[in-house]
Design a protein around this ligand. Structure first.
Ligand SMILES: *Cc1c(COP(=O)(O)O)cnc(C)c1O
Length: 351
Protein backbone atom coordinates (compact mmCIF):
# COMPACT_ATOMS: atom_id res chain seq x y z
CA UNK A 1 0.00 0.00 0.00
CA UNK A 2 2.83 2.37 0.78
CA UNK A 3 4.71 4.42 -1.75
CA UNK A 4 8.37 3.60 -2.27
CA UNK A 5 9.45 6.83 -0.56
CA UNK A 6 7.37 6.03 2.56
CA UNK A 7 9.58 3.02 3.22
CA UNK A 8 12.54 5.32 3.84
CA UNK A 9 10.77 7.97 5.92
CA UNK A 10 12.46 8.83 9.25
CA UNK A 11 10.15 11.15 11.20
CA UNK A 12 11.20 13.58 13.91
CA UNK A 13 10.58 12.64 17.56
CA UNK A 14 9.31 15.63 19.55
CA UNK A 15 10.01 15.98 23.27
CA UNK A 16 7.66 13.69 25.17
CA UNK A 17 4.37 15.01 26.55
CA UNK A 18 3.44 12.22 29.01
CA UNK A 19 0.13 12.22 30.89
CA UNK A 20 0.74 9.53 33.52
CA UNK A 21 1.20 12.18 36.24
CA UNK A 22 1.74 15.91 36.66
CA UNK A 23 5.34 16.71 35.76
CA UNK A 24 7.29 19.91 35.96
CA UNK A 25 7.84 20.07 32.24
CA UNK A 26 11.30 21.38 31.35
CA UNK A 27 11.96 19.33 28.22
CA UNK A 28 10.67 21.29 25.19
CA UNK A 29 11.87 24.84 25.86
CA UNK A 30 8.39 26.25 26.28
CA UNK A 31 8.03 29.54 28.12
CA UNK A 32 6.80 29.11 31.72
CA UNK A 33 4.92 32.44 31.65
CA UNK A 34 1.62 33.25 29.89
CA UNK A 35 1.64 35.22 26.63
CA UNK A 36 0.80 38.94 26.51
CA UNK A 37 -2.33 39.86 28.52
CA UNK A 38 -3.55 41.71 25.39
CA UNK A 39 -4.30 38.28 23.91
CA UNK A 40 -6.75 37.33 26.65
CA UNK A 41 -8.58 40.56 26.09
CA UNK A 42 -8.66 39.98 22.33
CA UNK A 43 -9.99 36.42 22.67
CA UNK A 44 -12.72 37.49 25.09
CA UNK A 45 -14.00 40.00 22.54
CA UNK A 46 -13.35 37.97 19.39
CA UNK A 47 -16.26 37.73 16.95
CA UNK A 48 -16.27 34.21 15.40
CA UNK A 49 -18.11 35.62 12.37
CA UNK A 50 -14.70 36.49 10.87
CA UNK A 51 -13.79 32.78 10.84
CA UNK A 52 -16.30 32.26 8.02
CA UNK A 53 -13.76 33.68 5.60
CA UNK A 54 -10.37 32.38 4.50
CA UNK A 55 -7.45 34.18 6.11
CA UNK A 56 -5.39 36.65 4.09
CA UNK A 57 -3.17 34.34 1.96
CA UNK A 58 -0.42 36.98 2.11
CA UNK A 59 -0.59 37.53 5.92
CA UNK A 60 0.08 41.17 5.08
CA UNK A 61 -0.77 42.78 8.41
CA UNK A 62 1.35 40.25 10.27
CA UNK A 63 4.26 40.72 7.86
CA UNK A 64 4.02 44.48 8.24
CA UNK A 65 4.22 44.10 12.02
CA UNK A 66 7.24 41.77 11.84
CA UNK A 67 8.93 44.06 9.31
CA UNK A 68 8.43 47.10 11.53
CA UNK A 69 9.92 45.31 14.53
CA UNK A 70 12.89 44.03 12.51
CA UNK A 71 13.58 47.27 10.60
CA UNK A 72 12.82 45.59 7.24
CA UNK A 73 10.11 45.85 4.58
CA UNK A 74 7.09 43.48 4.37
CA UNK A 75 8.45 41.90 1.16
CA UNK A 76 11.45 40.77 3.25
CA UNK A 77 9.19 38.70 5.54
CA UNK A 78 7.33 35.41 5.11
CA UNK A 79 5.05 33.97 7.80
CA UNK A 80 4.28 30.29 8.33
CA UNK A 81 2.86 27.70 10.69
CA UNK A 82 5.76 27.58 13.09
CA UNK A 83 9.37 27.94 12.10
CA UNK A 84 9.48 24.20 11.43
CA UNK A 85 7.25 24.79 8.43
CA UNK A 86 9.34 27.74 7.26
CA UNK A 87 12.48 25.60 7.62
CA UNK A 88 10.96 22.84 5.53
CA UNK A 89 10.06 25.31 2.74
CA UNK A 90 13.52 26.86 2.88
CA UNK A 91 15.25 23.46 2.72
CA UNK A 92 13.20 22.66 -0.38
CA UNK A 93 13.91 26.01 -1.99
CA UNK A 94 17.67 26.29 -1.44
CA UNK A 95 19.32 22.94 -0.78
CA UNK A 96 19.75 19.89 -3.01
CA UNK A 97 22.17 17.16 -4.02
CA UNK A 98 23.47 18.88 -7.17
CA UNK A 99 25.99 21.19 -5.46
CA UNK A 100 27.29 19.21 -2.48
CA UNK A 101 26.09 18.56 1.06
CA UNK A 102 24.23 20.89 3.40
CA UNK A 103 26.31 21.63 6.49
CA UNK A 104 24.97 22.01 10.02
CA UNK A 105 26.58 21.60 13.45
CA UNK A 106 27.21 18.08 14.74
CA UNK A 107 25.03 18.77 17.80
CA UNK A 108 22.12 20.85 16.67
CA UNK A 109 18.39 20.91 16.06
CA UNK A 110 17.40 17.33 15.28
CA UNK A 111 14.80 18.36 12.71
CA UNK A 112 17.49 19.35 10.15
CA UNK A 113 18.52 15.78 9.25
CA UNK A 114 14.82 14.81 9.11
CA UNK A 115 14.12 17.43 6.41
CA UNK A 116 17.30 16.41 4.59
CA UNK A 117 16.10 12.80 4.43
CA UNK A 118 12.61 13.92 3.43
CA UNK A 119 13.87 16.02 0.51
CA UNK A 120 16.89 13.86 -0.38
CA UNK A 121 19.44 16.53 0.58
CA UNK A 122 22.88 15.11 1.43
CA UNK A 123 24.30 16.60 4.63
CA UNK A 124 27.50 16.84 6.62
CA UNK A 125 27.68 17.52 10.35
CA UNK A 126 30.39 20.01 11.29
CA UNK A 127 32.24 18.90 14.45
CA UNK A 128 32.02 21.29 17.40
CA UNK A 129 35.03 23.06 18.84
CA UNK A 130 36.42 21.53 22.04
CA UNK A 131 34.31 23.93 24.16
CA UNK A 132 31.14 22.73 22.30
CA UNK A 133 30.75 26.01 20.41
CA UNK A 134 29.81 25.95 16.72
CA UNK A 135 32.95 25.90 14.55
CA UNK A 136 32.16 28.54 11.94
CA UNK A 137 35.32 27.83 9.91
CA UNK A 138 34.16 24.23 9.54
CA UNK A 139 31.25 25.50 7.40
CA UNK A 140 33.48 27.07 4.80
CA UNK A 141 34.81 23.87 3.22
CA UNK A 142 33.53 23.10 -0.25
CA UNK A 143 31.67 21.60 -1.87
CA UNK A 144 28.45 22.50 -0.11
CA UNK A 145 24.93 23.46 -1.16
CA UNK A 146 24.39 25.70 1.87
CA UNK A 147 24.50 25.87 5.64
CA UNK A 148 22.08 26.03 8.52
CA UNK A 149 22.94 26.93 12.07
CA UNK A 150 20.94 28.00 15.06
CA UNK A 151 22.19 30.99 17.03
CA UNK A 152 22.11 30.39 19.96
CA UNK A 153 22.66 26.76 19.08
CA UNK A 154 20.43 24.03 20.51
CA UNK A 155 20.94 21.92 22.58
CA UNK A 156 24.14 23.64 23.76
CA UNK A 157 22.67 27.13 24.27
CA UNK A 158 25.91 28.75 23.13
CA UNK A 159 25.86 31.76 20.79
CA UNK A 160 28.20 33.65 18.47
CA UNK A 161 28.32 37.44 18.47
CA UNK A 162 26.96 39.52 15.61
CA UNK A 163 30.54 40.54 14.74
CA UNK A 164 31.67 36.90 14.52
CA UNK A 165 28.67 35.97 12.36
CA UNK A 166 29.18 39.00 10.12
CA UNK A 167 32.78 37.95 9.47
CA UNK A 168 31.61 34.41 8.80
CA UNK A 169 28.83 35.34 6.38
CA UNK A 170 31.23 37.64 4.50
CA UNK A 171 33.49 34.64 3.86
CA UNK A 172 30.62 32.25 3.05
CA UNK A 173 30.10 31.51 -0.69
CA UNK A 174 27.85 34.29 -2.01
CA UNK A 175 25.93 31.86 -4.26
CA UNK A 176 24.89 29.56 -1.37
CA UNK A 177 22.21 30.25 1.22
CA UNK A 178 23.23 30.56 4.85
CA UNK A 179 20.24 29.98 7.10
CA UNK A 180 20.44 31.21 10.69
CA UNK A 181 17.77 29.76 12.97
CA UNK A 182 17.10 32.37 15.68
CA UNK A 183 14.57 30.38 17.74
CA UNK A 184 16.24 31.52 20.99
CA UNK A 185 17.83 34.81 20.01
CA UNK A 186 15.91 37.05 22.39
CA UNK A 187 17.19 35.31 25.52
CA UNK A 188 20.47 37.17 25.34
CA UNK A 189 22.05 36.67 21.89
CA UNK A 190 22.41 39.13 19.00
CA UNK A 191 20.26 38.87 15.88
CA UNK A 192 21.82 38.93 12.42
CA UNK A 193 18.65 40.57 11.03
CA UNK A 194 20.51 43.93 10.71
CA UNK A 195 22.80 42.24 8.14
CA UNK A 196 19.99 41.22 5.79
CA UNK A 197 20.28 44.21 3.49
CA UNK A 198 24.00 43.52 3.08
CA UNK A 199 23.85 39.80 2.24
CA UNK A 200 21.52 38.51 -0.51
CA UNK A 201 22.21 34.91 0.62
CA UNK A 202 21.27 35.34 4.31
CA UNK A 203 17.97 33.88 5.51
CA UNK A 204 16.93 34.27 9.16
CA UNK A 205 14.21 32.05 10.64
CA UNK A 206 12.38 32.90 13.86
CA UNK A 207 9.56 31.45 15.92
CA UNK A 208 7.02 32.88 18.34
CA UNK A 209 6.96 29.57 20.23
CA UNK A 210 9.67 30.23 22.77
CA UNK A 211 10.23 33.90 23.57
CA UNK A 212 6.65 35.02 22.90
CA UNK A 213 5.20 32.03 24.78
CA UNK A 214 3.02 31.00 21.82
CA UNK A 215 4.02 27.42 20.98
CA UNK A 216 0.32 26.56 20.83
CA UNK A 217 -0.54 28.75 17.83
CA UNK A 218 2.28 27.52 15.54
CA UNK A 219 3.77 30.70 14.17
CA UNK A 220 7.18 31.37 12.69
CA UNK A 221 8.64 33.59 10.01
CA UNK A 222 11.59 34.08 7.69
CA UNK A 223 13.53 37.30 7.12
CA UNK A 224 15.67 37.85 4.03
CA UNK A 225 16.06 39.84 0.86
CA UNK A 226 13.04 39.77 -1.43
CA UNK A 227 14.49 37.22 -3.89
CA UNK A 228 15.00 34.66 -1.09
CA UNK A 229 11.60 35.37 0.45
CA UNK A 230 9.92 35.02 -2.97
CA UNK A 231 11.54 31.61 -3.40
CA UNK A 232 10.30 30.38 0.00
CA UNK A 233 6.86 31.82 -0.76
CA UNK A 234 6.80 29.93 -4.06
CA UNK A 235 7.29 26.66 -2.15
CA UNK A 236 4.56 27.63 0.31
CA UNK A 237 2.19 28.42 -2.56
CA UNK A 238 2.92 25.07 -4.19
CA UNK A 239 1.84 23.31 -1.04
CA UNK A 240 -0.83 25.23 0.89
CA UNK A 241 -1.27 28.90 0.19
CA UNK A 242 -3.26 29.63 3.38
CA UNK A 243 -0.99 28.51 6.19
CA UNK A 244 -1.40 31.22 8.85
CA UNK A 245 -4.95 31.19 10.17
CA UNK A 246 -6.92 34.27 11.22
CA UNK A 247 -6.77 33.63 14.96
CA UNK A 248 -3.04 32.85 14.98
CA UNK A 249 -2.28 35.90 12.88
CA UNK A 250 -4.22 38.27 15.17
CA UNK A 251 -2.65 36.79 18.29
CA UNK A 252 0.84 37.02 16.80
CA UNK A 253 0.41 40.69 15.94
CA UNK A 254 -0.67 41.53 19.50
CA UNK A 255 2.29 39.64 20.92
CA UNK A 256 4.85 41.18 18.56
CA UNK A 257 3.61 44.65 19.48
CA UNK A 258 3.79 44.10 23.25
CA UNK A 259 7.53 44.61 23.45
CA UNK A 260 7.61 45.76 27.05
CA UNK A 261 5.80 42.71 28.39
CA UNK A 262 8.13 40.32 26.59
CA UNK A 263 11.29 42.22 27.46
CA UNK A 264 10.29 41.64 31.09
CA UNK A 265 9.67 37.90 30.50
CA UNK A 266 13.04 37.53 28.84
CA UNK A 267 14.70 39.38 31.71
CA UNK A 268 13.01 37.13 34.27
CA UNK A 269 14.05 33.97 32.44
CA UNK A 270 17.65 35.14 32.06
CA UNK A 271 17.83 35.97 35.75
CA UNK A 272 16.42 32.54 36.70
CA UNK A 273 18.85 30.88 34.29
CA UNK A 274 21.91 32.61 35.69
CA UNK A 275 20.84 31.89 39.27
CA UNK A 276 20.16 28.22 38.42
CA UNK A 277 23.55 27.82 36.73
CA UNK A 278 25.30 29.28 39.77
CA UNK A 279 23.45 26.93 42.10
CA UNK A 280 24.39 23.95 39.89
CA UNK A 281 28.03 25.09 39.84
CA UNK A 282 28.19 24.88 43.61
CA UNK A 283 26.77 21.35 43.48
CA UNK A 284 29.46 20.15 41.07
CA UNK A 285 27.58 20.39 37.76
CA UNK A 286 29.33 21.66 34.64
CA UNK A 287 27.06 23.84 32.50
CA UNK A 288 27.81 25.32 29.07
CA UNK A 289 27.46 29.13 28.90
CA UNK A 290 23.86 29.60 27.75
CA UNK A 291 22.27 32.51 25.92
CA UNK A 292 18.98 30.64 25.53
CA UNK A 293 16.03 29.69 27.74
CA UNK A 294 17.61 26.33 28.51
CA UNK A 295 20.92 25.02 29.79
CA UNK A 296 23.04 22.03 28.81
CA UNK A 297 24.66 20.49 31.85
CA UNK A 298 26.44 17.39 33.14
CA UNK A 299 27.93 15.97 36.31
CA UNK A 300 30.94 13.65 36.45
CA UNK A 301 29.92 10.02 36.91
CA UNK A 302 26.33 10.41 35.65
CA UNK A 303 25.01 9.50 32.18
CA UNK A 304 22.39 11.75 30.60
CA UNK A 305 19.83 8.97 30.45
CA UNK A 306 20.38 8.22 34.13
CA UNK A 307 19.90 11.88 35.09
CA UNK A 308 16.79 11.98 32.96
CA UNK A 309 15.36 8.86 34.60
CA UNK A 310 16.10 9.91 38.16
CA UNK A 311 14.64 13.36 37.62
CA UNK A 312 11.57 11.85 35.98
CA UNK A 313 11.03 9.73 39.10
CA UNK A 314 11.14 12.95 41.09
CA UNK A 315 8.55 14.60 38.83
CA UNK A 316 10.77 16.62 36.45
CA UNK A 317 10.95 16.15 32.69
CA UNK A 318 14.24 17.10 31.04
CA UNK A 319 15.81 15.98 27.76
CA UNK A 320 18.85 13.84 27.08
CA UNK A 321 20.44 12.95 23.74
CA UNK A 322 21.77 9.49 23.05
CA UNK A 323 24.58 10.79 20.84
CA UNK A 324 28.26 9.97 21.27
CA UNK A 325 29.99 13.05 22.73
CA UNK A 326 26.95 14.54 24.49
CA UNK A 327 25.52 11.40 26.08
CA UNK A 328 26.36 12.70 29.57
CA UNK A 329 24.50 15.99 29.20
CA UNK A 330 20.88 16.87 29.86
CA UNK A 331 19.08 19.87 28.39
CA UNK A 332 16.92 21.70 30.90
CA UNK A 333 14.41 24.39 29.99
CA UNK A 334 14.36 27.38 32.34
CA UNK A 335 11.03 27.50 34.15
CA UNK A 336 9.86 29.79 36.93
CA UNK A 337 12.18 30.48 39.86
CA UNK A 338 10.03 28.26 42.04
CA UNK A 339 10.39 25.34 39.58
CA UNK A 340 14.13 25.86 39.22
CA UNK A 341 14.68 25.96 42.97
CA UNK A 342 12.89 22.66 43.50
CA UNK A 343 14.77 21.15 40.54
CA UNK A 344 18.13 22.29 41.85
CA UNK A 345 17.33 20.63 45.17
CA UNK A 346 16.51 17.38 43.33
CA UNK A 347 19.71 17.66 41.29
CA UNK A 348 21.79 18.41 44.37
CA UNK A 349 21.47 14.89 45.69
CA UNK A 350 21.70 12.93 42.42
CA UNK A 351 24.49 10.37 42.64
C1 LIG B 1 11.80 25.10 18.83
C2 LIG B 1 12.69 25.25 17.65
C3 LIG B 1 12.18 25.44 16.38
C4 LIG B 1 10.72 25.23 16.07
O1 LIG B 1 9.90 26.22 16.39
P1 LIG B 1 8.37 26.16 15.99
O2 LIG B 1 8.12 27.54 15.50
O3 LIG B 1 7.64 25.84 17.24
O4 LIG B 1 8.17 25.16 14.90
C5 LIG B 1 13.05 25.68 15.34
N1 LIG B 1 14.38 25.68 15.52
C6 LIG B 1 14.92 25.46 16.72
C7 LIG B 1 16.39 25.47 16.89
C8 LIG B 1 14.09 25.22 17.83
O5 LIG B 1 14.62 24.93 19.00
Amino acid sequence: MLSERMKHLKPYTPGEQPRDRAYIKLNTNENPYPPSPRIRNFLQNFDPETLRLYPDPESLRLRETVAREAGLTPDQVLAGNGSDEILSFAFYAFFDASRGPLRFPLYSYTFYPVYCDFYGIPFERVPMKSDYSVDLDGFLKSPLCGAVLPNPNAPTGMAHTLTALDGFIRRFPADRVILIDEAYVSFGAESVAPLINRYPNLLVVRTLSKDLSLAGIRLGYALGQKSLIDAVAAVKNSFNSYPVDTLASNIAILALEDREYYAELSRKIRTSRDRFVQALDIKGWETLPSRANFVFTRKAGLAGQEIYRKLRDRGFLVRYFNLPGIENFVRITIGTDEQMISLEQAMGDLE
